[in-house]
Design a protein around this ligand. Structure first.
Ligand code: ACM
Length: 272
C-alpha cells in the first residue's frame, strides 16, 4: 500500500481557498504521478489556518463534523479515487470548538479524533478531546489499523504508546509544528513503538494583527526501524508517497529474546 502526506500553505481564515488548494495539489499529483495513495495525511487545521485572535474567527472557519464544505470535498475525492484521508480541521460542536481530524474512508464512512494535548493559546479557543484515536481502514481487502494524534500530542510519549498498544500499524499525525523538535523526535516514536508514522506538517506563516507564527514544514514518514522513508522541504508545497507493508509493524520482537511490549515493566516504581 502507498501512504502519503500532503504539505501545503493554508491561508488563515480562507476556507474556500484552502479547500481549492488541496484539490489542486491532489489532482495535479494524481495526474502526474504513477502512484495512487491508499492513505493520505493532511495537516492540522487545514480548513481554517492556525493563529486565531477571537471566537468570531473560529465560528467563521469551523464546520460541524460530516456536514461542512471541507468534509464534502474530501469525501468526494476519497470515493472517486479510493483514498483514505486523515485531515485536520476546525470542528464546531454545540458552542464548543475542537482541534480535530477527520478519518474519511472511500466507502463514505468517517470518524473524528479531537486533539487531546492543546498547545499554548489553543487552550483559549479549543476544548481538549478525551478519547484516543484508534481506527480501522479497509485497504486492498485487508484491515489496516491507524492511530491518530494531532501535532503537540507527539510530545507526550504515552499518546503514541497507547495507540501502538491498541494495535496501530501506522500513526497518522496532522501537524502545524512551530518548535524545532518533532521531525527528529518521530524517530523515537516510530522506533520505540515499532510502527510507521506519517507527520503531515504545514508551511508558511500566519499573520493576525500584531501576531505572527511560522511553521516548519519538513513533513516526514518513518518506518518501524526509525528509517526516514520520506521528508519534505521546509518551505514547499508537496505530496510524497512511499510503499509500505503495514504488517511489518505487527512484529514487536527486536530479537528472539526481546518483545518491546512483553518486556515493559509497568508495575515497578522508579520513585526513591
Ligand atoms: C501545535 O500543537 N500545533 C504546535
Amino acid at each position: 500500500m502507498y501512504i502519503s502526506f500532503l504539505q501545503f500553505k493554508p491561508e488563515f481564515g480562507n476556507v474556500s481557498y484552502n479547500i481549492d488548494r488541496i484539490q489542486v495539489l491532489l489532482s495535479k499529483y494524481l495526474k502526474e504521478s504513477a502512484i495512487k495513495p491508499d492513505l493520505m495525511v493532511i495537516p492540522e487545521l487545514a480548513n481554517s489556518g492556525y493563529l486565531f485572535s477571537g471566537f468570531d474567527e473560529l465560528e467563521a472557519t469551523s464546520e460541524t463534523a460530516g456536514e461542512g464544505e471541507f468534509y464534502n470535498s474530501l469525501q468526494k475525492i476519497s470515493s472517486e479515487n479510493g483514498i483514505n484521508f486523515v485531515a485536520g480541521f476546525n470542528e464546531k460542536s454545540g458552542k464548543d470548538f475542537y482541534n480535530s481530524a477527520y478519518i474519511i474512508r472511500p466507502d463514505g464512512s468517517f470518524d473524528v479524533y479531537r486533539k487531546i494535548h492543546l498547545f499554548d493559546e489553543e487552550k483559549k479557543w479549543f476544548k481538549p478531546g478525551d478519547k484516543p484515536g484508534i481506527y480501522s481502514l479497509n485497504i486492498n481487502e485487508e484491515e489496516v489499523k491507524i492511530g491518530v494524534m494531532i501535532c503537540f500530542d507527539w510530545f507526550f510519549p504515552e499518546t503514541a504508546r497507547y495507540l501502538a498498544l491498541k494495535g496501530a500499524d501506522i500513526i497518522c499525525h496532522p501537524a502545524n509544528l512551530v518548535m524545532p523538535y518533532c521531525q527528529r523526535a518521530m524517530f523515537t516514536r516510530a522506533l520505540e513503538n515499532q510502527v510507521y508514522t506519517i507527520t503531515a506538517n504545514r508551511i508558511g506563516k500566519d499573520i493576525n494583527g500584531s501576531k505572527d507564527i511560522f511553521f516548519t514544514g519538513e513533513s516526514v514518514i518513518l518506518d518501524p526501524k526509525g528509517n526516514y522513508l520520506a521528508r519534505a522541504k521546509t518551505d514547499s508545497e508537496e505530496i510524497q508517497s512511499v510503499e509500505i507493508e503495514h504488517t511489518i509493524a505487527r512484529n514487536k520482537f527486536l530479537n528472539p529474546n526481546n518483545n518491546i511490549f512483553d518486556d515493559r515493566k509497568v508495575n515497578i516504581s522508579i520513585e526513591q
